[in-house]
Design a binder for this molecule. Structure first.
Ligand code: LIP
Length: 263
């Protein structure tokens, strides 16, 4: 772990814990501001906004020359070469329904890729962290992905887009492969799903239509835990599609997803 990675992950961990604690405590008092974004089921609450405000304020205070992108509207240029990707609450629908499966995700990139990633699940007090070349940890303990190589033994996780037209195609794909895997899970927070693959609670995860703030931090955590990550064709992640699993399962999943279509 480089000194830069060590400093950045420590800052991200501190801010994720503070922001997650704010949202967890606030949720107990109920919600007063609930709005929609891209569709009538793409939600945002006062705590998504408050979490992003706390994290962005902390980043600017500690590292004023870094760039920052946040799900709830932050778009700040920088000159340091470090860019932060912030999902203040990933799993907002779960947060809205007072379900525990939501997290705070903070990742940092430089010109060589992702330097550090932090995913914090406040309801479970579980902190997933990674630095480039420094391994991945859950509450400080090293983690590693599963070693499953048989698709029929694979616990596969996915998610659905907010646009109902896309969801129908996504559901059809599952119909086409459901008999070929152990089972399917849908937990509702991409960053958590990817961290669950990293620590072996899932064998694989894929999803389309994500955003960098959903996956930058968890992608590094998964790779540092021995996973292979990419898009649904197997190419490196470059846009909105993500596939994560151990390296032996990965090509089988690329074929399964392609052959299961979505029509
Ligand atoms: C969510 C993702 C999840 C996906 C949801 C939503 P949000 O992000 O983490 O994997 O299935 O549709 O996009 O909106 O809660 O930050």
């Amino acid at each position: 772990m480089t000194d830069l990675g060590k400093n950045l992950v420590a800052l991200a961990e501190q801010l994720a814990r503070e922001a997650g604690g704010l949202a967890l405590a606030g949720r107990k008092d109920g919600l007063t501001e609930v709005d929609t974004k891209s569709t009538a089921t793409d939600m945002v609450t006062e705590f998504d906004r408050a979490s992003e405000k706390l994290i962005v304020g902390g980043l600017i205070n500690s590292r004023p020359h870094d760039a920052i992108v946040g799900e709830e509207g932050t778009s700040r240029d920088g000159t340091s070469g470090i860019s932060w990707f912030v999902d203040p609450i990933d799993g907002t629908t779960n947060f809205l329904y007072d379900l525990p499966n939501w997290c705070v995700s903070i990742g940092a990139k430089d010109s060589d890729g992702t330097v550090c990633g932090v995913v914090y699940i406040p309801a479970l007090d579980e902190m997933f962290t990674a630095t480039r070349g420094g391994g991945a940890r859950l509450n400080g303990q090293a983690i590693h992905c599963s070693s499953i190589t048989d698709l029929s033994q694979t616990l596969l996780c996915t998610g659905f887009n907010y646009d109902s037209k896309n969801r129908v195609a996504q559901a059809h794909r599952i119909l086409n492969y459901i008999d070929k895997v152990r089972d399917v899970r849908r937990f509702g927070a991409a960053a958590i799903d990817m961290c669950y693959v990293a620590c072996g609670r899932l064998d694989a995860y894929y999803e389309e239509y994500l955003w960098p703030w959903d996956y930058v931090a968890a992608d590094l955590i998964a790779r540092e835990a021995g996973c292979k990550t990419g898009d649904l064709t197997g190419a490196p992640i470059h846009d909105r599609d993500v596939l994560v699993s151990n390296p032996k399962l990965f090509p089988q999943l690329v074929t399964l997803i392609r052959e299961s279509g979505g029509e």
